[in-house]
Design a binder for this molecule. Structure first.
Ligand code: 1C4
Length: 441
């Protein structure tokens, strides 16, 4: 490996580490479109799914059938009938749906059974797949005078049975077919099944592997992140394909019902699933109920993350030393910047009430997230915080970040301008840091 590619690998691996840690033990529902399954992408997708399972992610995979059905119907010289976007399932269509489900299921089971050659003890590490009658369905009935036949909706998800299989280390494979208490089978929509599974299993994520790259804005740009409200606004604009609208509706529904993230990405691109789950920029569109990035007051749970951020900079002499005990006693002064629940930055505001003076301290952005504007956001946050607390002058002391403050409206200041107790500390630590000041009045 060349030094450049080795450095890139190390950077990527470091970026992925918190996501790997975070997703271990969490449940993800993967909704795989039949476009992806028919496009010969199953083998590479199966490798990525096996990798996720080996990292301890609990996986439920629900697959589509539409493209298979279309092929079968074309071969038989027939066409599928739809009403208001719902497929009408007569007796003959139901038989085709069952055949399609059988075919897809065997293909997926076979792909997931192939054990990566590089794994030791290949037989033992083979991913086990569990299927079953996990979805209880009810008929859609008659819609606008049209009998929808064996088209159904979810009545109940047997979460207990699925959790049992997941606890045993299996991947649970679900077909979009449900059974009724009267012993009949009903044809379900992929999005309907996926959203019911994600909500009932309290999944961490619902991931759609589709044929489109992700969600696009009205001017065609790929959107890497969306809040539920933004997704709703796009839906209201009616600018997307029927498939995308269905996925967006399901995404909004799951986010409103306790699932933390929904993702829509292209299952046809090799590695897109791994890139979406383990990199900050992702590969498709990630959706959350509210904004992905926020700055908030730190609490004791953040101390470990803060230590990880500041330790290398303390050793390099860039920051003042702050041990765990100090952080416990001063945590109320700290704020952290988190993106997608990972802490990427911190800052502290010390207020010298009597003099109406503040000090911006311990400002750090994680090396893998620098140059993206997080430092500027932390500064803005502290400026607002300081103003709200009646601070009229904000100081920052630094040995090597002077230009950064210079470019952001700070001017150099004298030691005598600092409150006496801070002057004393300055003289004691002999760092001879430069002093910067910004007026807030
Ligand atoms: N000097 C000048 N420009 C710099 C710079 C530096 N050292 N570091 C980054 N930049 C520039 C980048 O080149 C980029 O420029 P561009 O491409 O936009 O032209 C721009 O800043 C990026 O801005 P951003 O908003 O995206 O900023 P981030 O990269 O997100 O974050 C930090 C900027 C400086 C926070 C980040 O680089 C970092 O974490 N650096 C390492 C830690 C550091 O130097 N922190 C500043 C501390 S000053 C200490 C304490 O312990 O309390 C010491 C006290 C004492 O007594 O000595 C502080 C306050 O914590 N003080």
């Amino acid at each position: 490996m060349s030094p450049q590619s080795s450095a890139a690998f190390v950077a990527d691996f470091r970026q992925a580490a918190p996501y790997i840690h975070y997703l271990s033990g969490k449940t993800i529902v993967l909704a795989v479109s039949s476009h992806v399954l028919l496009a010969d992408k199953l083998a590479s997708l199966a490798k990525d799914i096996q990798l996720l399972a080996s990292l301890g992610v609990r996986l439920v995979l629900v697959h589509g059938t539409r493209q298979y059905l279309n092929q079968m119907m074309r071969a038989a010289g027939e066409t599928l009938s739809y009403h208001r976007g719902w497929r009408i399932t007569d007796e003959a269509t139901l038989q085709q749906v069952k055949q399609a489900c059988g075919m897809v299921r065997f293909d997926i089971e076979a792909a997931l059974s192939s054990s990566p050659a590089q794994m030791p003890d290949r037989n033992q590490r083979r991913l086990r797949v569990a299927s079953g009658n996990f979805l209880l369905a009810k008929p859609l009935g008659v819609m606008d005078g049209i009998d929808m036949g064996y088209t159904g909706r979810i009545r109940k998800v047997d979460a207990e049975a699925i959790q049992q299989r997941l606890n045993e280390g299996c991947l649970v494979l679900v077909s979009p077919l449900g059974q009724s208490l009267s012993g009949k089978s009903f044809n379900l929509g992929l999005d309907d099944a996926a959203q019911a599974l994600a909500v009932t299993l309290k999944a961490e994520k619902l991931v759609f592997l589709a044929s489109e790259d992700g969600v696009r804005s009205t001017d065609g740009a790929l959107l890497s992140q969306l809040t539920a409200a933004e997704a709703q606004a796009l839906l209201d604009n009616n600018a997307h394909s029927a498939d995308m609208s269905r996925m967006l509706k399901a995404a909004i529904y799951v986010l409103e019902n306790g699932v933390r993230r929904a993702h829509i990405l292209c299952g046809l691109n090799d590695g897109s699933l791994i890139a979406e789950l383990f990199t900050r920029q992702g590969s498709g569109t990630a959706l959350a109920q509210s904004s992905f990035m926020r700055i908030r007051a730190a609490d004791n749970h953040d101390i470990g993350d803060i230590i990880d951020l500041i330790a290398p900079l303390e050793s390099a002499g860039i920051l003042l030393p702050r041990n765990r005990e100090y952080l416990e006693n001063h945590i109320h002064e700290f704020s952290v910047l988190e993106h997608d629940c990972h802490v990427y930055g911190c800052v502290a505001l010390k207020v010298f009430e009597q003099q109406h003076i503040g000090e911006l301290a311990c400002l750090v952005v994680s090396p893998d997230a620098q140059d993206g504007g997080y430092g500027e956001l932390l500064l803005d946050y502290v400026l607002k915080q300081a103003k709200a607390r009646g601070v009229s002058t904000l100081f920052a002391l630094s040995t090597n970040t002077g230009d950064w403050f210079d470019e952001r409206g700070f001017e150099t200041a004298e030691l005598s301008e600092l409150p006496p107790e801070r002057q004393e500390q300055y003289l004691q630590n002999k760092r001879r840091s430069k002093i910067y000041r910004r007026s807030l009045v």
